[in-house]
Design a protein around this ligand. Structure first.
Ligand code: NAP
Length: 281
């Protein structure tokens, strides 16, 4: 890692990530390399935060230009945002703040967005056109919610399943899509499978959310779990001939969408990808 502090001046624009914990986040490396690649006088830092209301007030007072929001504040931040993007409002979660002066006032305005769904869609669109595709989403947590609404934005047909049927039915009702219990997985036909649960994540890497003998019907299988990168689901999907998308791809593209919102520039994907995948070699 190069020394980013050598470029810091009185003009440096400050960005960061708010959450608790944030020490493990790969976003500082990913965004700092992107700023450097564009020769921008900007820096991105981890900001462990214990009170979200104080956190957002502090960002405005201290002149931050934007931040990522992560667990546990993606929902809790909503009341402290002045303008929320319509898709983020439907999802009910924000992972990106942009802070800037209003057009006709010197007041700072906090804009809230969700780029998780953009990241998932862009990662999938590398393999298949989502418009008109049938997508089975596993899970009913925060990520499944963002991905579900995002898939509908792209014109996909969504089907949902979840371990806890009550939670799954509730989300399916909000998405306006059909729900299947996990013991009915064998009855579902879809083009794409997205694992938006934490099944298969370290330390339980021997687990998989869908038996191997049910995978061959899917053209594309995406696992949003990225620790490990090659989950059992990804390996088994490859072995039966599916195209696969790993969890870092979603992380990369959600970060690229944040970079665009903050800077107005296209994110330098190659260097950002290199930083992310370096941690998994
Ligand atoms: P979450 O809100 O806690 O939801 C967890 C989901 O996983 C729920 O649907 C839960 O089902 C299900 N689940 C957990 N353990 C299970 C088990 N043993 N068997 C079956 N289902 C199980 O979590 P989240 O924020 O959506 O995150 C989910 C995963 O995505 C995590 O591994 C996270 O690291 C990863 N993630 C990746 C990215 C990326 O960019 N690639 C972004 C965000 C999150 P119940 O409702 O039955 O509990």
């Amino acid at each position: 890692m190069q020394d980013v502090t050598r470029n810091i001046t009185g003009e440096t624009k400050i960005y960061g990530i708010i959450g608790n914990p944030v020490h493990h986040s790969m976003s500082p490396e990913m965004h700092n390399i992107a700023f450097r690649e564009h020769g921008m006088n900007s820096v991105y830092i981890a900001l462990p935060t214990s009170h979200i209301s104080d956190g957002v007030r502090g960002l405005k007072a201290l002149g931050f230009k934007g931040v990522s929001i992560t667990i546990p504040y993606k929902q809790d931040v909503i009341p402290f945002v002045d303008v929320i993007d319509p898709v983020a409002e439907k999802i009910g979660a924000i992972n990106t703040l942009v802070i800037k002066k209003g057009e006709d006032s010197s007041e700072k305005i906090v804009y809230g967005y969700n780029t998780d769904w953009i990241g998932a869609n862009r990662a999938l669109e590398e393999k298949i056109s989502l418009q008109g595709s049938r997508v089975l989403v596993l899970g009913a947590g925060g990520s499944a919610r963002a991905i579900g609404f995002g898939l509908l934005e792209a014109g996909a047909e969504v089907i949902l399943t979840n371990r806890t049927a009550e939670k799954g039915r509730k989300l399916a009702g909000q998405l306006g899509c059909s729900f299947y219990r996990t013991d009915e997985l064998g009855q579902i036909q879809a083009d794409v499978l997205v694992n938006a649960t934490s099944v298969g994540m370290v330390p339980d890497t021997e687990k998989t959310p869908v038996p191997k003998d049910l995978l061959s019907g899917f053209k594309v299988v995406m696992d949003i779990v990225y620790a490990p990168l090659q989950t059992r689901l990804i390996k088994e999907a490859q072995s039966v001939g599916c195209q696969t998308v790993d969890g870092l791809s979603m992380l990369l593209y959600q970060g690229a969408a944040q970079f665009k919102l903050w800077t107005g520039r296209e994110a330098p994907l190659d260097v950002m990808r290199e930083v992310l995948y370096r941690n998994f070699r």
